[in-house]
Ligand binder design. Structure first.
Ligand code: NDP
Ligand code: GUE
Length: 309
């Protein structure tokens, strides 16, 4: 058997279409400001992709490029002016920041209602408490992919490799909210291959090229590869050895063309959601009405204590 390939590029394109249609139905153009401090090569690529996708969807997108030596005070002042700007609905500060800037102070300074990354403590708490508001884009994109692939989440064993605030932790919170039996594995996990072999759904978000090999995979499992690693010859590869996994997995995302494009589509979606809440919206404003994956996830958030089954 060969794994089904989950086409993130196509699924993201369809999501962007839906978002564009919804934006066109609004009396305003949602505003997104992306701040890039310094010249990090990878970030520059992502920022360019975001800018292009945002404009194509009808957002009013701008990128604020600041020099690497920008002070924390000056970055905070930039954020304050965006918080105060009525035309701006979404603010994203590209990470990582230069080492002289305290990342958590920057994230806390963003108006939680404009925090389209979902990294502000208020939004993190909302997700942890089971009442998600603005949800981090990459984990949200993964949920869309699982939905599009027809993966059964409720009751399944999900293993998340990685526990960063950007990917691993919010990913596990969403899977738990969707009733998966959820394990978070990391660099101190005693036996990673054993943990992974138990997974019906395996999410790899580590940042190590081809770390997950065929013998780590439960036959038939759905594998979502979040990792983006540049190999010495310049090609992009995920955390999963894709070719080796193909004969064992049930379904798998490629890199590139898997989670990456979904992250950007979900950023547009969060911006539309934030704009709808701030300005009121003809079409309801919330993405959860438009997107089945979030609708079904939202359903699981409906009661704090799910019905026993
Ligand atoms: N496709 C997309 O849209 C996005 C892709 N990415 C990619 O996803 C990957 C992860 O990103 P991010 O979460 O920010 O990375 P971080 O470096 O912040 O976190 C990596 C996590 O992996 C764990 N880890 C590291 N090495 C090992 C190991 N040998 N065995 C087990 N666990 C390990 C770490 O464990 P510990 O906590 O114990 O140190 C940590 O929790 C990267 O490749 C990144 O480029 C990131 C964001 C978006
Ligand atoms: N505040 C903040 N929010 C983020 O969401 C954030 C961040 N900082 N810093 C960096 C990571 C990484 N990230 C990606 C976005 C898109 C692709 C993407 O579009 N990837 C494509 C193309 C990749 C390429 O060609 O380089 C793909 O995988 O097919 C990848 C990675 C968002 N991140």
């Amino acid at each position: 058997m060969t794994a089904r390939i989950i086409d993130g590029k196509a699924i993201a394109a369809a999501l962007r279409e839906t978002i564009a249609t919804r934006i066109a139905a609004q009396p305003y153009r949602p505003g997104l400001a992306v701040i890039l401090v310094g010249e990090d090569a990878a970030s520059t690529v992502y920022v360019r992709n975001k800018d292009r996708a945002a404009k194509a969807a009808g957002l009013n997108a701008s990128t604020i490029r600041l020099p690497a030596e920008t002070s924390q005070a000056s970055l905070l002042a930039t954020i304050q002016s965006l918080n105060d700007d009525p035309d701006i609905d979404g603010i994203l500060v590209q990470l990582p920041l230069p080492p002289h800037i305290a990342t958590d102070a920057i994230i806390r300074a963003i108006d939680p209602a404009k925090d389209v990354d979902g990294f502000h403590p208020d939004n993190v708490a909302a997700l942890a408490l089971g009442a998600p508001s603005l949800v981090p884009c990459t984990p949200s994109g993964v949920m869309h992919l699982l939905h599009a692939a027809g993966t059964n989440i409720s009751g399944a064993r999900a293993v998340v490799l990685g526990r960063s605030n950007i990917v691993g932790r919010p990913m596990a919170a969403l899977l738990l909210a969707a009733d998966a039996t959820t394990t978070i594995a990391h660099s101190r996990t005693a036996n990673l291959p054993d943990e992974c072999r138990r997974a019906d759904i395996l999410i790899a978000a580590v940042g190590r090229a081809n770390m997950v090999t065929a013998d780590w995979i439960n036959p038939g499992a759905t594998i979502i590869d979040v990792g983006i690693n540049r190999t010495p010859d310049g090609t992009l590869t995920g955390d999963v050895d894709f070719a080796a996994a193909l004969p064992t997995a049930g379904a798998i995302t490629p890199v590139p063309g898997g989670v990456g494009p979904m992250t950007i589509a979900c950023l547009l979606d969060n911006t539309l959601l934030a704009a709808g809440r701030r300005r009121g919206s003809k079409a309801g404003g919330s993405s959860s009405g438009a997107i089945p994956a979030m609708k079904s996830i939202a359903g699981t958030f409906g009661s704090s204590a799910p019905e026993p089954r």
